[in-house]
Design a protein around this ligand. Structure first.
Ligand SMILES: Cc1ncc(COP(=O)(O)O)c(C=O)c1O
Length: 379
């Protein structure tokens, strides 16, 4: 049959969404399953969002404001930047793609740490750019000196995921300062701060406060996570005015929908409640991290579930997370572990051969995960 699409896409992994809990519940004959696989916050839409959507719905037969003026002005106001530095998009993942389209021509290089956000290779490939991946350090962090050394004259875009998805690790101020000083001024550095609201380590910089004055730095954020709007698809970036203008030029027209604009404005008015919910998530993150470390140590030491001889001891290796998930570097045990959790009605996200990412849910959901993990680890 005549080939109608690019052959190189065959080698590209698909983006893997979290499994639908209703399907799993049906399969297991349970009233419900728990989804801890997509880094969502479990507490429902923020107050005012549903009402704002209902009000906006009367105009859904009209196109939305393509300039996204009210939302961009509100964001600019909150962030203390001029509105021409702000662009919005259909989720921050779309903005990352628009940035690559705005910065790269086929054959140019996009540099990022790996393992990191699974959309980066897809974004690079669809732009026709070449992915340059620098392996994480043994402690699952970005290797910034190695990334600086990997910059070539073809590098147009560098993605720094802070905190990093899926490992939860983050880069600190002094290291990022040194890195940015080494990046040529004609290379864009995107600091992807999808999980910024969950950061508690004062050494992890707020990209905008720390680097907002650098013209080649772009700060990417989302309302999908802490702000509870994953289903509505709205993200934003702050960049130099000409970079933001270039992004707005390549953006798919009207891709910040009327619903997304209305909901985002309402969510941003509920900042106090957002903060309260993030604090709950952060407290649970610490509890789950401590508990899972103990479980992994127990399982690693126990006769029932010996780690393969070549595999490093995973216990101490569960890194501190600054996001709303934790990373279990279980290596070859990742897929069986995730399958065993699913068998208990808890959906987590395995990365075959590497690890398992577990989103922090409500205390009850986390307890269910820990019980499932306990069972999974002593098999
Ligand atoms: C690091 C990172 N960046 C960006 C995104 C995309 O978020 P959204 O497109 O929902 O704004 C995600 C989502 O998981 C992420 O983990």
């Amino acid at each position: 049959m005549t080939r109608l699409t690019r052959a190189d896409l065959d080698a590209l992994p698909n983006y893997v969404p979290g499994r639908n809990p209703a399907d799993l519940a049906r399969e297991l004959g349970l009233p419900e399953a728990i989804k801890l696989a997509s880094n969502e916050v479990p507490y429902g839409p923020l107050p005012g969002v549903v009402e704002a959507l209902a009000e906006a719905a009367t105009s859904f037969h009209r196109y939305p404001d393509m300039g996204v003026i009210a939302l961009r002005e509100t964001l600019a106001d909150r962030l203390g930047v001029p509105v021409d530095r702000v662009a919005t998009g259909c989720g921050s993942v779309a903005l990352a793609e628009h940035l690559s389209r705005a910065a790269c021509l086929p054959g140019d290089e996009i540099l990022y740490s790996w393992r990191s956000f699974e959309a980066y290779p897809i974004i690079s490939a669809t732009t026709g750019a070449t992915s340059v991946r620098v392996p994480n350090t043994p402690s699952h962090e970005h290797d910034l000196p190695a990334m600086a050394a990997a910059i070539t004259p073809r590098t147009r875009l560098v993605l720094v995921c802070n905190p990093n998805n899926p490992t939860g690790t983050s880069v600190r101020r002094a290291d990022l300062d040194a890195f940015l000083d080494e990046v040529p001024e004609d290379v864009l550095v995107v600091i992807d701060e999808a999980y910024r609201e969950f950061v508690t380590d004062p050494q992890v910089p707020d990209g905008l406060a720390a680097y907002g004055d650098r013209p080649n730095v772009v700060v990417l954020r989302t309302l999908s996570k802490a702000w509870g709007l994953a289903g509505l698809r709205v993200g934003y970036l702050v960049a130099a005015p000409e970079v933001a203008a270039a992004v707005r030029k390549v953006v798919t027209p009207f891709s910040t929908s009327a619903a997304a604009q209305a909901a985002a404005l309402a969510a941003l008015r509920a900042e106090e409640e957002m903060r309260r919910r993030c604090d709950l998530v952060i407290a649970e993150r610490e509890r789950v991290t401590t508990a899972i470390r103990k479980l992994v140590v127990g399982a690693g030491a126990g006769a029932a579930a010996p780690a393969p001889a070549a595999e490093p001891e995973a216990s101490a290796d569960v890194p501190d997370s600054q996001a709303n998930f934790v990373w279990l570097p279980l290596g070859d045990r990742s897929v069986p572990f995730a399958q065993a959790c699913e068998g208990q009605g808890v959906i987590v996200r395995p990365f075959p051969g590497e690890g398992v990412r577990v989103t922090i849910g409500t205390p009850a959901e986390n307890d269910a995960f820990l019980a499932a993990a306990d069972a999974a680890l002593v098999r």
